[in-house]
Design a protein around this ligand. Sequence first.
Ligand SMILES: [Zn+2]
Length: 134
Amino acid sequence: MKTTTNSKAARYTTQKGRAAHSARPGRESLSKRLGVRVVRAIRARDGERCVYCGANAAQSGAHLHLDHITAKALGGSDCPTNLVLACRHCNGAKTSMTTRQWVAYAAATRGLTIDMRAIRAHARRIPAALRLAA
Ligand SMILES: [Zn+2]
């Protein structure tokens, strides 16, 4: 299996270490915290494709990641309106860049044209009942 240095799984050398880390309060996986209904709604909204480059799960390697449009490190929330599907490549490259930095980086390194306004508008197309209370 191919791993990348910024893959979460790669940070833990043993499954036991990873499990212990995940068991700490507030450290359970994002999809677990959101719940299956919310994750399904995000996947359906995004058509099972990376919103940035259009890759599907097979092209991404295994599965698509949940990406914070505004990075957590920059104060982005876990509300589904701030979460989109992203492939391993895009999610791994974007890390905690600002959206402006990411758009410039993706254009320069991969020739991607990313319309952040359109992606934010798209991300808001989630049923109100599945959003986090603001
Ligand atoms: Zn992508």
